[in-house]
Design a binder for this molecule. Sequence first.
Ligand code: SF4
Ligand code: SF4
Length: 470
Amino acid sequence: MISANEKEKVIDQAFRDSFATISQKGKRNFLFPKQPKGPLYNKRTLASIIYLIVFFSLPWIKINGEPMIMLNVLKRKFILFGQIFGPQDFFIFALAMITFVVFIILFTAVFGRIFCGWACPQTIFMEMVFRKIEYWIDGDFHKQQQLKAMPWNGFKIRKRIIKISVFYIVSFIIANYFMAYLISMDEVLRYVHDGIGAHASTFAALLLFTSVFFFVFYWFREQVCIVVCPYGRLQGVLLDKNSIVVAYDYVRGEPRGKVKSNDPEPKGDCIDCKACVRVCPTGIDIRNGTQLECVNCTACIDACDEIMESLDRPKQLIRYASENNIVKQEKLKVTGRIKAYSAVLLIILSVLVVMLGTRDSVDITILRTQGMIYQQLPGGYTSNLYSARMFNKTHRDILVELSIPESEGSIEIIGKQPLIEKENYSVITFLIKRKNETISKRKSNVMIEIRAEGKKIATQKTTFIGPIHS
Ligand code: SF4
Ligand code: SF4
């Protein structure tokens, strides 16, 4: 027979075996969080307004006539703050990704998941755009619950039509901007000007993006953070007892419960009102400790502060704090782990800055034409055929000159002048011609110097094949 005390402990631990968003039958428990209010929520609203202004402004900003940011995956052309990157910049891209990951690790080790609550697009759009629209159309949580429970009638149908329409329109706007980040705002405006008929496949892609956004914000919601996003799952390894997270001060709060005059022993500050649980957009009880579902939105801090204020008790029973701060009242400590991450981050950042600073304006790959060995030319010459694939990373057309030392022969361009259009690829074909008597080896190396606008921009090594004339 299990004692009352043991039973209480079992119930206390039940949260470990279940998700707030999945019912006992394995079905989705749709959450209806109470609308948060309080100073932190106000600050988040302000931060999200700035965030949204930046998000919706960036595609309109141009540098040298080009978008400030464009991530055209299909055309393999990327522009970041006016700098053009192509597939040849893969190393820089990989290094930038590694820098970003190390930064996230360092940031998380110190500040927990502040990024999720304050800067992640999913949280910003879900909590600060769509959730606010939902409160505006359907009302606060209890009205939403009533609406869900009521049978389908004119009122419910009208509410649903309005909500679905507004959600879909906002998703459509976001999808357009998402597309502008991919192909540039100019292209999006051109498609709009040309009409749907002229770009049916692009419009279909746009509707697909819109539907995905609609699905995520209308129905999938917090599941993105709980089930899809890998970042939450990494918390177990990234956080330690010094990391600052949204935390419940169990030292001060326990034992929890309503204060009664006949209590055998004094209670903690938590009155078990569950106000913190009601506002949580992921449905968890922060008093159970740091959990992967917690996106550090701070709604529970505001909710608990309001309760503490009404009880005339000190606020911050739930607050940004580390485990060591709660238990030992320790301030933020710079641990060995933080120092090591910082050192690695600094090294990678330095390498990245050097790579960016020494980046060529033109990327060139020279290859001897496959399947051809050499051609014997009249006048005692031998030639090899080459192709040079070039990518111009600047905002102007560049005229390129190729040359080799006179003693190694000469270069003859086939076709038009090697002018590489701005932000574009160009392939030129050329011959290297050598006097037969200067060829002493069947295969020898040739260094080709590439100059643009009178400046040497690269030297490429290739090979020359010819008959041996002794
Ligand atoms: S526990 Fe608090 S901070 Fe974490 S998601 Fe819920 S309301 Fe937000
Ligand atoms: S809001 Fe504060 S007092 Fe109420 S249950 Fe949560 S932690 Fe306890």
